[in-house]
Design a protein around this ligand. Structure first.
Ligand SMILES: *Cc1c(COP(=O)(O)O)cnc(C)c1O
Ligand SMILES: [Zn+2]
Length: 433
C-alpha cells in the first residue's frame, strides 16, 4: 500500500502525492504514515546494506528506505549520498559532563556540513515525485545550504530566504556557491518562514522547511543509524539541540516506529536543549505544556535562534512518547562546551554544543544518572561559523568570557622571539596543570 499523509490532530488522511503541508480540515501538522504490513523489517535487512556501493542504499538515509519512504521509485531519489556519519565515544567529555558513557554523533560530517542534508534528500525527492520545478525555504543558514546543494543536484531552481542579521558566513557562502537564488530579507527567521509560505503559495513553489513532513522522514535516519552503530543496543538518553524542533520531532517518531516494529526493545529518553534566549519549548515544558508563548529569539547559536517553532506540537508528542525532558543553556555555557568539543579534535558549530552543555546540566541536576549512556547529536560542522569560534578565543564576543581560550600568538620574523614564545607557552601550560 502507498504511504499516506495524516493530520496529527484530527487524523484526516490525504494521498501522498497531494501538495500539502498542513491539514485542510483543521490546520494541524501532517505525518507521513507508512504501511508496513507484510514487510519483513529486520536488523539484518539494514545491516546487510552497510558498506553498500549500490545507489541508493549507500546513503545513511536510504539504507533505511523501508522506514523513510518505502514506496518511492528509486529513480526519483536525489541523494549524494548523505549520512554515514561517525559516532564518537568521548570519555574525557563524558567525565566533564558527569556521565559514564557519552557518544557524540557528528552530523556535521554530512555533505554540506549539517544534518539538514538528511531531510533534504527526502524533501527534494518528494519535490521530484510531485513534479515541482522550484523549491524554497526560509533559513537560519544550514537548511538553505542543503537546499541549494540538493536543488542543484536535481536541476531544480532553489530559492532561499535569509534573515537579515546573524547568518554564519560558512552557510551564506554555500547558498551562493551552489547557485540558489538568495534573498536577504529584513526580517527574522520566524517572519521569513511566514513569508516563504505565502510567496510559495502564490508562485507554486515547493516549501522545504521542516513544516514539510517529508523533511522529517529523512531526519529520522539519524536515530536509525545511531542505533545501528550501537548494534541496536539502546542508550538511556538521546540529547539534541532544539530550534524549529523538526529534528526532535523526527527523533520521537523514529524511536516510536522502531519500538512498534520490534526493532528496539525500549525507547531511550529524548532531551531537547534550547538556548536561553530562544527557549519557548523550555518555557512551555516548565508549565507542563499547558500553554505555548512564542518569543523574540536571541542567541549566538544562530541555527537555533527561533522563537516560534513550527513543530512545537510534534515535539510535545515526542516528549510524551519518550518520557523526555527539555533543558536550556546560556550562550556562555554553549560556547564553553563548544571549545571543549573543538579541542577534542571533533569540532562543531555553536548550536551543536548545546547538546554537551545540556547533558552536563541534566547530569548535575540528577535527571541524567551517572551510570547512564548518552548519545548526543552534533548538528553542524566547526567550519560553519568561523566568526563565533575566533571571537570566542580572542575574547571579543559580547557578554561571553571564554573559560577555555586558545590564544593566537604573534611574533616578528625572529627565531629568538619564537623560541621564547614557545618556552613561555609550555611553562604556562605546566603552571596551569
Ligand atoms: C537546524 C539546526 C538545528 C535545529 O534543528 P531543529 O530541527 O530546527 O530544531 C540545530 N543545529 C543546527 C546546526 C542546525 O542546522
Ligand atoms: Zn486536521
Amino acid at each position: 500500500m502507498q504511504s499516506i499523509l495524516q493530520c496529527m490532530d484530527c487524523q484526516q488522511q490525504y494521498p501522498i502525492n497531494q501538495l500539502l503541508y498542513t491539514c485542510e480540515n483543521c490546520g494541524g501538522l501532517l505525518d507521513v504514515i507508512h504501511d508496513w504490513s507484510g514487510m519483513m523489517l529486520t536488523h539484518e535487512l539494514f545491516d546487510n546494506r552497510l558498506g553498500s556501493l549500490e545507489f541508493p542504499y549507500n546513503s545513511g538515509v536510504w539504507r533505511f528506505k523501508e522506514l523513510v519512504y518505502p514506496t518511492v521509485d528509486n529513480s526519483m531519489i536525489v541523494s549524494k549520498p548523505e549520512g554515514n556519519t561517525n559516532l564518537y565515544p568521548l570519555p574525557k567529555l563524558a567525565d566533564w559532563a558527569g556521565v559514564e558513557k557519552l557518544y557524540l554523533k557528528h552530523e556535521g560530517e554530512n555533505p554540506t556540513g549539517s544534518f539538514k542534508d538528511r531531510g533534504m534528500t527526502s524533501g527534494v525527492t518528494q519535490a521530484q515525485v510531485l513534479g515541482m520545478e522550484r523549491v524554497a525555504c526560509a533559513s537560519t543558514g544550514n537548511t538553505s545550504a542543503a537546499l541549494a546543494s540538493y536543488a542543484a543536484l536535481a536541476d531544480l531552481d532553489g530559492i532561499i530566504f535569509l534573515q537579515n542579521r546573524a547568518i554564519a558566513l560558512g552557510k551564506l557562502a554555500q547558498g551562493i556557491a551552489y547557485g540558489a537564488t538568495c534573498i536577504r530579507i529584513d526580517a527574522d527567521f520566524d517572519r521569513n518562514l511566514e513569508l516563504v509560505r505565502e510567496v510559495s503559495k502564490r508562485l507554486n513553489i515547493y516549501v522545504l522547511n521542516s513544516v514539510n513532513p517529508f523533511r522529517l522522514e529523512g531526519q529520522k535516519s539519524i536515530m536509525f543509524e545511531a542505533l545501528q552503530q550501537l548494534k541496536w543496543q539502546v542508550p538511556d538518553w538521546i540529547v539534541c539541540p532544539g530550534g524549529n524542533l523538526g529534528n526532535s520531532a523526527a527523533f520521537g517518531k523514529a524511536l516510536k516506529e522502531l519500538y512498534d516494529l520490534g526493532l528496539i526493545d525500549k525507547i531511550p529518553r529524548l532531551a531537547v536543549i534550547q538556548a536561553k534566549g530562544a527557549s519557548p519549548l523550555y518555557q512551555a515544558f516548565t508549565r507542563e505544556f499547558e500553554d505555548f508563548e512564542p518569543m523574540k529569539a536571541e542567541t549566538i547559536a544562530t541555527a537555533i535562534k527561533i522563537g516560534n517553532p513550527v513543530n512545537y506540537k510534534k515535539v510535545v508528542r515526542a516528549i510524551e512518547w519518550t518520557n523526555g525532558f527539555v533543558e536550556m543553556v546560556t550562550d556562555q555555557e554553549i560556547m564553553d562546551a563548544k571549545a571543549l568539543i573543538d579541542n577534542s579534535g571533533i569540532g562543531c558549530e555553536p548550536a551543536s554544543a548545546a547538546t554537551l552543555a545540556g547533558t552536563r546540566k541534566l547530569a548535575a541536576k540528577g535527571i541524567i544518572k551517572p551510570h547512564e549512556t548518552v548519545v548526543g547529536i552534533l548538528t553542524g560542522h566547526v567550519l560553519k561559523d568561523p566568526d563565533a569560534t575566533i571571537g570566542y578565543h580572542s575574547g571579543t564576543l559580547e557578554d561571553i568570557s571564554p573559560k577555555h581560550p586558545n590564544l593566537l600568538l604573534e611574533s616578528r620574523d625572529d627565531i629568538e622571539e619564537i623560541v621564547a614564545l614557545l618556552t613561555n607557552k609550555s611553562d604556562t601550560v605546566k603552571a596551569n596543570l
